[in-house]
Design a protein around this ligand. Structure first.
Ligand code: BGC
Length: 359
């Protein structure tokens, strides 16, 4: 997909959310506190993209992020996140923006927030089984898995009975379930999935162990790997390299991490999925700001789109993910300013960048 086609979709679906808070004058003093609770730090996006984009947007709205933004990262531990959320409530948070480690367990956090009349925004991952959740902001996550499956089929180029290893994410993350469903909806009946794993905590190390296990059990004859994100893709690639598999088969990913973009350029990874994290984080910041300051909530949050979390239909904004291969790095992540040419095209990748037209 050309990036030019993507922008209007993002504008329509996502950026509308920012309309309300975006019109507030910078310089307005907000006295209420906002808590941002992120799930882990092994995956690069949270500290390098989500947190800075969220903070910068709040600042631009006049929010005093130094004094009034409470930030915690749970390092993929649900009890830690529960403690961090309780601390945020005790410290006077008036809104929780919560990306849950465990979607079901996080319902207990929503109950504590509700008891204090504090609204909760489910950020990126859906909090399950509670009717008290206020909003859900994410991407179309089944579409992410479908993009991965479709790209893998393209790379397999019609190969009969292709042998695929599938490395899914953490089963406690509702997104992992959706990625998996999306991938299966494309691959089932078209390839032979010879081994499949759910990866606890989305850990790249565990993905590496899983891939080693697949090679030991099924042999080196692997035609493709469906890895749910770039971290697990990195683990799978390390295992295949250690086993001496050359050339590497096509492997998918997600997050458009810098390391993955560079692996795509060098031919080690076939694709990734780019999600416009700036749009996601800014929409969450704007909504949190409006809730904290009592401003009217943007109409795009109340005009119909909902996602059922097992207990209720939650008002939602779901942004559109985009598949990235060598052919469109320039028109997606570079065009969007997610990574600059200077970020990507270090000396090692200079020649590959030129070939890919990133110059
Ligand atoms: C996110 C992905 C991320 C994964 C691991 C998912 O919920 O949507 O972007 O790679 O968690 O943190």
């Amino acid at each position: 997909m050309r990036f030019a086609k993507l922008v209007p979709t993002l504008l329509l679906v996502g950026f509308v959310v920012m309309a309300c808070g975006g019109t507030n004058n910078p310089g307005t003093t907000a006295t209420k506190k906002i808590a941002l609770l992120l799930p882990e730090s092994k995956t690069a996006r949270y500290e390098s993209k989500d947190r800075p984009f969220f903070t910068a947007k709040l600042k631009s709205l006049g929010f005093n992020t130094d004094a009034d933004l409470i930030y915690s990262n749970a390092n993929q531990d649900a009890p830690t996140q529960q403690t961090q959320a309780e601390a945020a409530l005790t410290n006077g948070a008036s809104v929780l923006v919560l990306d849950p480690v465990d979607g079901a367990a996080a319902a207990a956090i929503v109950a504590k927030a509700k008891a204090k009349n504090v609204p909760v925004i489910s950020y990126d991952r859906l909090i399950l089984g509670t009717a008290d959740l206020n909003y859900y902001l994410s991407f179309d996550n089944a579409a992410v898995g479908a993009l991965q499956g479709t790209a893998l089929l393209t790379a397999l180029n019609g190969k009969a009975s292709a042998r695929v290893v599938e490395i899914n994410g953490d089963p406690a993350d509702n997104n992992a379930k959706l990625f998996k469903q999306g991938a299966h909806s494309i691959l089932d009946g078209k390839v032979s999935i010879v081994a499949e794993y759910d990866t606890p905590s989305w850990s790249p190390d565990k993905a590496q162990t899983e891939m080693q296990g697949a090679i030991t059990a099924k042999g080196k004859n692997i035609d493709g790997v469906l890895a749910a994100n770039d971290g697990t893709a990195g683990g799978a690639i390390a295992a295949m390299k250690a086993a001496g598999i050359t050339p590497l088969p096509p492997i998918t990913g997600q997050d458009a991490e810098l390391a993955a973009i560079q692996r795509i350029l060098s031919g080690e990874q076939y694709m990734t999925v780019y999600k416009a994290l700036k749009a996601e984080a800014e929409a969450a910041a704007t909504l949190a700001y409006d809730l904290a300051t009592g401003a009217a909530v943007p109409s795009s949050m109340t005009n119909g789109k909902t996602t059922n979390n097992g207990a209720s239909d939650i008002k939602s904004v779901l942004l559109t993910p985009v598949a990235v291969t060598k052919a469109n790095i320039k028109d997606t992540v570079v065009a969007d300013g997610f990574w600059t040419k200077a970020d990507i095209c270090t000396a090692t990748f200079a020649a590959a960048c030129t070939t890919a037209g990133i110059s």
